[in-house]
Write a protein that binds this ligand. Structure first.
Ligand code: FAD
Length: 623
């Protein structure tokens, strides 16, 4: 049957990429359909119940600044909140929350079900319909045909998913869910560059069987951080603690004795796993001299006893899992509720994508999330937002939009993927960004909410809150810049008395913020320099922008210089063989990668600055 309604955009998959894609597409004004295996699993966290962390928290804030859902959902689901790297510089500070799995899913589902322009339909998609090299719709498991000129695929770990526990293996999308086999087979017939990756998860434990008396408690921070720029700590549910324990030498002995039955070491698993989230057997082999590894004991939610032991992801046989768990302090009588497992799945070489996340091979087909070789909810959601946005914009005849590397971690993520690809699960780190100081969590709204508003993604409430904050920052900066503190006059005497800072020459109150011994709170307590602003987020911006002004200005100059040639577009059908002087290797690489801009071309490994100059000269001559 042909479904009677035609959609502008169809999104396949209700995970983190898919929900963000569907919501964004609908917000951008496209009639959108979200097709997923099960409405019950919309917003499901496949692995650890946590959002954020270093680099990932930055992505969540950026998604929020662009009107996305992840930050607001996490605010409603976070049961233990921390600011990581709190004592370090603002560029690497990051928010993380332990999330209640059900509350998170409920928050995402609520947003999806209440989004105008968005319908949901529960069915597995088995096929794409194509006309030539253009997508025209999808066909579901029961033969229902839906039509749309733009399709966003976000199938996560489900494509030809294969689950391993010891020597046993079976087809699955993740534990408890069927895989997408027919669709995977169909995609393998298309010119998309498919390969295999793997990831894993630990066994879960009934918290009532854990002896907490010997473990270290890790309460959340007070005050609690927040993800959404329009949220507050009052949105958070009841808070609980996490706990810490460690593997023992006995644990490592148990693991070593089981390695001959580990699918990772017997060659049963071909896919490459996440470098920064290795399984416990991988850690024991790779770091053979270490006698202990840390394990975070993380509650799965407020209404369940299940806990997630973060750090012992494994695909060892279940009998080995049982013994290794019970060899850990506090877990001596642990009752396992679900076995750990590894999963292998199909992903596609992201170098086959444009920066809009549209595939180069099939017009109108967009890819987002784990299928592009990334790992993590935040990386998936960030891509979903961009793919959904660009699918909607294409349906309206509008140009695509993707943030630049100097504007957002989302820009870094997508540029890294489409330019250099990945052969192992890619996760975000602050070290991946060259302009870290610009790309802080705290200023994600200042960097992106204006874009979000122009793109039609930021609603009036979010925009009004943003404008109020931005204006308050500017007003307070102007006030401090106009306030001169002159040695020998009362303000300077007050400063000396309140803070011990003696001025040798006049300075504005704003300049004083650059001094390491002063911060905003101290400054505005000085009689005549206060009272300052009440809003802590405004105060934070005034302080950070003043303290790092020198570095920020220098970085901005660098960025401007780079950008002048970075943004030069390269036509899609550009003939690299016509550029005289380009080596055969560089010509082949550029022809394969088909970069959209000079900036992207310059980041392809092996493409030298000399080759970029030749390209620029050629493009200028053609213009
Ligand atoms: P998913 O969240 O997998 O969502 C895919 C969605 O698509 C699902 O709703 C599914 O039902 C739907 N779907 C798939 N195929 C079809 C189809 N044909 N028709 C209709 N619907 C379809 N991340 C980490 O950062 N660290 C980890 O340690 C980690 N470990 C993991 C361990 C395991 C076992 C698994 C399964 C995942 C792990 N992850 C980990 C990855 C994390 O779960 C993903 O990065 C994230 O969920 C990706 O989001 P996504 O939206 O791309 O895909």
């Amino acid at each position: 049957m042909l479904f009677p309604q035609r959609y502008d955009v169809i999104v396949i998959g209700g995970g983190h990429a898919g929900t963000e894609a569907a919501l964004t597409s609908a917000r951008a004004g496209a009639s959108t359909l979200l097709l997923s295996h099960s409405i019950e699993t919309i917003g499901q966290m496949s692995c650890n119940p946590a959002i954020g962390g270093i680099g990932k928290g930055h992505l969540v804030k950026e998604i929020d600044a662009l009107g996305g859902i992840m930050g607001r959902a996490a605010d409603r689901a976070g049961i233990q909140w921390r600011t990581l790297n709190a004592s370090k510089g603002p560029a690497v500070r990051a928010t993380r929350c332990q999330a209640d799995r059900s509350l998170y899913r409920a928050a995402i589902r609520h947003a999806v079900e209440n989004q105008p322009n968005l319908n949901v339909f529960q069915q597995a998609v088995d096929d794409l319909t194509l006309e030539g090299n253009r997508v025209t719709g999808v066909v579901t498991q029961m033969g229902l045909r839906f039509t749309a000129d733009r399709v966003v695929l976000t199938a996560g770990t489900f494509l030809a998913g294969k689950i391993h526990v010891g020597q046993a293996n079976y087809a699955g999308g993740r534990a408890g869910d069927a895989p997408a086999l027919t669709l995977a087979q169909r995609l393998r017939e298309l010119p998309l560059g498919v390969a295999r990756l793997k990831t894993g998860t630990p066994p879960r434990i009934d918290g009532r069987s854990i002896d907490y008396s010997t473990l270290d408690e890790q309460p959340g921070d007070d005050p609690m951080p927040v993800f959404s720029f329009t949220g507050s700590a009052a949105d958070h549910p009841r808070q609980v603690s996490c706990w810490i324990t460690h593997t023992s030498e006995r644990t490592h002995d148990v693991i070593r004795a089981g390695l001959d039955r580990s699918p990772l070491f017997t060659g049963a698993i071909e896919g490459v796993g996440p470098r920064y989230c290795p399984s416990i057997e991988d850690k024991v082999v790779r770091f053979a001299d270490k006698t202990s590894h840390q394990i975070f004991i993380e509650p799965e939610g407020l209404d369940t006893h299940e806990i997630y032991p973060n750090g012992i992801s494994t695909s060892l046989p279940f009998d080995v899992q049982y013994d290794l768990v019970r060899s850990i302090r506090g877990f001596e009588h642990a009752v396992i509720t679900r076995p750990g497992y590894a999963i292998e799945y199909d992903y596609f070489d992201p170098r086959g994508l444009r920066a809009s996340l549209e595939t180069q091979a099939i017009d109108g087909l967009y890819f987002a999330g784990q299928i592009n070789g990334t790992t993590g909810y935040e990386e998936a959601a960030a891509q979903g937002l961009i793919a959904g946005l660009n699918a909607a914009r294409a349906s309206q005849g509008l140009a695509p939009w993707t943030p630049r590397r100097d504007e957002a971690y989302i820009g870094v993520l997508i540029d890294d993927l489409v330019t250099n690809g990945t052969i192992e699960p890619y996760r975000m780190f602050t070290s991946r960004a060259e302009y870290r100081l610009q790309l802080r969590e705290d200023n994600a709204d200042l960097r992106l909410t204006g874009h979000g508003r122009d793109l039609g993604l930021v609603d009036d409430t979010q925009w009004a809150a943003f404008a109020t904050k931005r204006d308050a920052i500017e007003r307070e900066q102007a006030r401090l810049k106009a306030l001169w503190v002159v040695p020998g006059q009362p303000l300077a005497a007050g400063l000396d008395a309140a803070t011990g800072v003696t001025l040798s020459k006049e300075a504005t109150a704003h300049d004083l913020l650059r001094r390491p011994e002063l911060d905003y709170a101290k400054l505005v307590r000085v009689p005549g320099l206060g009272p300052g602003v009440d809003d802590a987020r405004v105060a934070e911006q005034v302080e950070v922008q003043a303290k790092y002004a020198g570095y920020l200005d220098r970085q901005r100059d660098d960025i401007d210089r780079q950008r002048r040639s970075e943004d030069t577009p390269i036509p899609r059908d550009f003939d690299y063989t016509a550029v005289s002087g380009l080596s055969a290797e560089v010509t082949a690489k550029l022809t394969k990668a088909r970069p959209d801009t000079i900036g992207q071309a310059s980041r392809i490994s092996g493409v030298t600055p000399a080759a970029i100059s030749l390209l620029l000269v050629h493009l200028k001559r053609q213009a």
